[in-house]
Design a protein around this ligand. Sequence first.
Ligand SMILES: Cc1ncc(COP(=O)(O)O)c(C=O)c1O
Length: 468
Amino acid sequence: MEQQLLRDKTQTPVILEETLKESLAFLANLSDRPAGLRTAPPIEDHLAEEGVGSLAALSSFQEQFSAGLSGSPGPRYLGFVTGGSTPAGIAGDWLTSVIDQNVASAGDSSASQVEYQAVNWLKALFGIDDTYSGTFVSGATMSSFTGLAIGRQWVGQELGVDIGHEGLAAIGLIPVLSGCAHSSVFKALSMLGMGRSSVQRLPLQEGREAVDLAALRKALAAQKGRPCIVVANSGTVNSVDFDDLQAIGQLKKEFPFWLHVDAAFGGFAACSPQYAHFMEGINAADSITIDLHKMLNVPYDSAIQLTRHSELQQAVFQNSGARYLEVDAAEVPFVHLTPENSRRFRALPTWFSLKAYGRAGFRDLVERNVTLAKQLGDWIDRSTHFTLLSPVHFNVVCFTLDAPQHELAARINQFLSALTHDGRVFLTPSEWKGTPCIRAAFSNWQTQESDLFIIQQALQEVMLSYQQ
Ligand SMILES: Cc1ncc(COP(=O)(O)O)c(C=O)c1O
């Protein structure tokens, strides 16, 4: 064995202890770190012939990059929809690296059983019935990619074509109807060869981001009985609006379509009796996307993909013809169900989190974050510097600055740069019905009312200093 590897092998306990110290120091100072920061420390291009060993690598990492790491898993990082990592999530993720199981084939480890159990618990948490099967993927984008791939296969089957075998060219364009599809849906369609332009953007309800049902019905009728795909949105990024899944599900009785639901973070509404009505009708979906590195607060990267069409899923993702991968197993091995062949044991942090905190833990996380978002929304509404653009339905506050429309985008960028530089809170820009806006997305287990106070102070002070 190479000398440095050999030394590391004998020093493994010290290496892990030092890594633990570094981890604890990061967590202890998380709240004091700049929530977000723009930094680009110089990078070394030269790869040395001789390695320095893990302990020296850890020191180098600390020196070179530690100060530049943001407090994104902390309580006042409100950009995008970024969850933190709970202690159970971290514990599960650490073990995932240490035990290093490849959850591709069944029959050689108990890891697949953990994944099945975690999937069942997630279905229970989100009110999804037993007819669905689920797999872990890296994020909502890959989950939607997988769901839409199965939808593509279903459309082919309806038209008598096995797309997995013959290719998409055998049927041509598949229309994808949606009100307010997330950008990742367009990316998935590009990767699937279905094309970004296959999306027909339908009109939205007045003042909302939910699809206009009459427009959806009309667009479905215009397909003249040819099967298509509908992407419903459970939690749009700006105002967290929800399509009416029950009404869309009813349309399946009249029109042939595959219903894909992007519930990347809105799916967490199901965790609370106060918000569960947003997700009513979810069991009409053919495929569902829910992100776990968002409100489940497991470390990046993790999402669940659910479908009630496991055979079609296998038709797409079958990794056939490789005898060496076949292991005798009662269940279909994951290698035949997801885009990846080799797979990280991504289910373990989720298993730990659900075991550690149960339904009550996530009910509290969701309700607390939504309450904080609503409180910030009320404060924005009363403020003289900001304008609330949409009622706060769930965990995101969507607002803008008081400035002439033509200056708004530039003013928002300047304001957000100043806010990032201040470091107490991190927010990201967006656009609400043509108006440049700012989003504050609450999705962290540690965010408390005391943070809200700091956030409001930061917004107010940065706005005043910036106006001077
Ligand atoms: C509604 C929605 N769908 C999909 C995604 C893509 O998620 P990921 O970055 O995990 O792929 C996001 C990310 O914020 C989202 O909010």
